[in-house]
Design a protein around this ligand. Structure first.
Ligand code: ACM
Length: 259
C-alpha cells in the first residue's frame, strides 16, 4: 500500500487556510492512506480553554466536510488531528474514507498544558480494518507509554498512524523501539514552525517518519520545512512477530509478572 505523510506548517487559528494548504499538499501525490499532524487545522498553543473551545469542532464540522470531500474524490483514507467539541473538549484524530467517517480516537495521554484545555480520551485505542490492512490510532505523547503501542499491536494493528505536534526531541528515535518491541509499522506525522502565544513559545521539531517492523527508519523528514513523502510498504510484514526463531514477541510475554 502507499502511505503518505504530510508534514505541515499551520498558522495558529487560521482553520480555513490550514485546511486548504493540507489539501493542496495531499492533492500533489497519490496514496491509499494520508496522515496529517495532531491539531493540523487549528494549531496547538492555545492560550486558555475558551480559546480552545472557540476553535474546536464537532466531528461533522467544516474540517471533516473538506477532508471527506477529498477522500471521496481520491478514493483514499485520511487520518487527521483536530480539537473535538463533544460533551467535553478532546484532542482527537479522525479516520475518514471515501464513504465518510470510520472512527475517532481521543488522546488518552495529554501532554503538559493540554491538560488545561482537553479532557483525557475515553474511547480506548482503536484499530480499523481497511482494504489494505489494519490501522491503529494514537496521538503524539501516547508514544511515551509503551502500553499504547502494545495495546494497538495486541488488537491487531499492522500500522500505527501517529499524528503529532512534537516539542521534545526524543520521539523520532523512541519510535524505533516501539516498532522493534511490537514488530509493527509506525507513521509519526509531525508539523514544523513556531507558535509564540501568551507567555509560551513552542518550536515543533518536524522529523516526521515512517519506521518498519525491523526498526528501519524508511525516511525521516526535515526539522523545518513542510514536506510530503510517500512510501510503498507491505503491511503483511507486521504479521511476523518472531524476533529470532525462538522469540515470538507476543507469545513470550509473561503478564503474570507485569503490573
Ligand atoms: C504532544 O503530545 N503534542 C507533545
Amino acid at each position: 500500500m502507499k502511505l503518505a505523510i504530510i508534514q505541515t506548517k499551520p498558522l495558529f487559528g487560521e482553520i480555513k487556510l490550514n485546511i486548504s494548504e493540507a489539501i493542496n499538499m495531499m492533492e500533489s501525490v497519490s496514496a491509499d492512506l494520508f496522515i496529517l499532524p495532531e491539531l493540523f487545522n487549528t494549531g496547538y498553543n492555545f492560550i486558555d480553554s475558551s480559546e480552545a473551545a472557540s476553535l474546536a469542532e464537532a466531528i461533522d464540522g467544516v474540517t471533516y466536510k473538506n477532508i471527506h470531500q477529498l477522500a471521496f474524490k481520491k478514493k483514499c483514507y485520511i487520518v487527521y488531528g483536530f480539537a473535538e467539541k463533544s460533551d467535553k473538549l478532546y484532542n482527537s484524530c479522525a479516520l475518514v474514507g471515501p464513504d465518510g467517517l470510520i472512527g475517532v480516537y481521543r488522546k488518552i495521554h495529554l501532554f503538559n498544558s493540554e491538560k488545561l484545555f482537553f479532557a483525557p480520551g475515553n474511547l480506548g485505542f482503536p484499530v480499523f480494518e481497511l482494504p489494505f490492512g489494519k490501522v491503529g490510532l494514537m496521538i503524539c505523547f501516547d508514544w511515551i507509554y509503551p502500553e499504547a503501542a502494545r495495546t494497538l499491536t495486541l488488537k491487531g494493528a499492522q500500522l500505527i498512524a501517529h499524528p503529532s505536534n512534537l516539542v521534545l526531541p526524543y520521539c523520532p528515535d523512541a519510535m524505533i523501539t516501539r516498532c522493534l518491541e511490537n514488530k509493527i509499522f509506525t507513521a509519526t506525522v509531525d508539523r514544523v514552525g513556531e507558535e509564540n502565544r501568551g507567555s509560551v513559545n513552542l518550536k515543533f521539531i518536524g522529523q516526521s517518519e515512517i519506521v518498519s517492523p525491523k526498526g528501519e527508519v524508511l525516511f525521516r523528514l526535515s526539522k523545518d520545512n513542510p514536506e510530503v513523502r510517500v512510501a510503498d510498504i507491505d503491511l503483511k510484514l507486521a504479521d511476523n512477530k518472531y524476533s529470532t526463531e525462538r522469540n515470538h514477541l507476543l507469545h513470550d510475554r509473561q503478564p503474570e509478572f507485569y503490573l
